[in-house]
Design a protein around this ligand. Structure first.
Ligand code: SAH
Ligand code: SF4
Length: 392
């Protein structure tokens, strides 16, 4: 790792703090608006590019703050340019990813531009089907590092286009970096910055119960998505190791309370893994768990990740699963994965950069996952410990 740049990222500075900093420089209040407009709507690559500011002020801004905290971006296109995956390098050398997905307009819907962003470099939860989980945890992102992924995507859009949705479904567990995620959401909401309505922001969690409760107390800020993957503890212990700390019934109870208190539907995500969590028994267990709730289920075919023995469930199996959920009166959608060929599942580009582990390690890991999931399918709970570093 290289030495991190100690200057705070400008996008993560609150409007009040920026106004106070400008006042301390003897600048009028309208400068804050000029800086924010340049940051969020302009194309300047540094403060010194801002011709609207006096040169001395631009130099002081440059000295005290970083104009952007994400650099050296590698952008890879797929789906005929409809999906763009960006690998961002941070000042200490850590890498994170964001994915921009373009959905053309249809007869009934306007065009959408959805950006999937990271909240941490790596992740401590360690879900075995996830490329980020395989990388392990590096560190929490700063507020500006979260927001600068959005600014980077803004700059790549064509004239007349704007980001319509932001989803925290990239690298990391947002509810284990909740203070910064909430600051970032406030900036995304702010009309003077990104100006994106709460309904257009989704935060996905693998089930950090204290974090969900904290969000409930705050009131609706965004759509909450729960990565449920399995309704049975034995299997969820293997697929989402955090389940050993907060079991699925507790997660769903907290999410149910969130929906009740906020009046907002909770979205449940299931990554569909062939022969592992896609059986009729799994569909029944999920339907029974969510019946009567203000909930929506999203089924996502697993993106293949190196070093796992698993593949996506076949489409007819996913459709059968969906039908069982629907029969219980729970709305369900099947989401086609974008960008599979460029590895758009979270963490895949970074994992490729990290290099493949030695063949014996891969073989051992596959064997262990097969044995663990077979045991779980027989209903036996895992004896593996709770992952380290996940206390909220
Ligand atoms: N840590 C949070 C948010 C980031 S992961 C969470 O787990 O919810 C975002 C989503 O990507 C999760 O629903 C996760 O299960 C899903 N995901 C991870 N790896 C995947 C893969 N290989 N194929 C399909 N979805 C995957
Ligand atoms: Fe972390 Fe989410 Fe990946 Fe699990 S799926 S390892 S919680 S990023």
């Amino acid at each position: 790792m290289t030495q991190a740049d100690a200057r705070p990222g400008l996008s993560g500075v609150s409007t009040d703090d920026l106004t106070a900093w400008l006042a301390a420089q003897g600048e009028p209040a309208y400068r804050a608006r000029q800086v924010l407009t340049a940051l969020w709507a302009g194309s300047a690559g540094s403060a010194s590019d801002l011709t609207t500011l006096p040169k001395a002020l631009a130099a002081r801004l440059e000295h005290d703050f970083r104009w952007s905290t994400v650099a050296d971006e590698t952008v890879v296109d797929s789906d005929g340019g409809q999906t763009e995956k960006a690998l961002h390098r941070l000042s200490d050398g850590a890498t994170i990813e964001s994915v921009l997905m373009h959905y053309p307009a249809t007869a009934t819907r306007r065009a959408r531009h959805t950006l999937c962003i990271s909240s941490q470099a790596g992740c401590a939860v360690g879900c075995p089907f996830c490329a980020t989980g395989e990388l392990g945890f590096t560190r929490d992102l700063e507020t500006a590092e979260i927001l600068d992924q959005v600014r980077s995507a803004n700059r790549r859009l064509r004239a007349g286009e704007r980001i319509t949705n932001v989803v925290f479904m990239g690298m990391g567990e947002p509810l284990l970096n909740l203070d910064r995620v909430l600051e970032a959401v406030a900036a995304l909401n702010d009309p003077a910055r990104q100006g994106l309505g709460a309904r257009h922001i989704t935060v996905s969690t693998s089930g950090v119960v204290p974090g969900i409760r904290r969000l409930t107390a705050l009131g609706p800020q965004f759509t909450l998505a729960i990565s449920i993957h399995a309704a049975r503890d034995a299997l969820r212990d293997v697929l989402v190791p955090l389940n050993r700390r907060w079991p699925v019934a507790e997660v769903v109870a907290a999410a149910r309370e969130h929906a009740r208190a906020t009046g907002r539907r909770v979205s449940y995500e299931v990554t569909m893994i062939g022969g592992v969590n896609d059986t009729d028994a799994d569909a029944e267990a999920l339907a029974n768990l969510l019946r009567g709730d203000l909930a929506h289920v999203n089924l996502i075919p697993m993106n293949p990740v190196a070093h796992t023995p698993w593949r996506a469930s076949p489409m007819p199996v996913i459709e059968r699963f969906a039908a069982r959920i629907k029969a219980a009166g729970i709305p369900v959608t099947i989401r086609r994965n974008r960008g599979a060929e460029i590895g758009a599942a979270c963490g895949q580009l970074a994992a490729e950069r990290a290099g493949a582990p030695a063949a014996p390690a891969v073989a051992w890991r596959r064997q262990r996952l097969e044995a663990e999931s077979a045991r779980a399918l027989r209903g036996q709970r895992s004896e593996e410990p709770v992952p380290a570093g996940v206390d909220a």
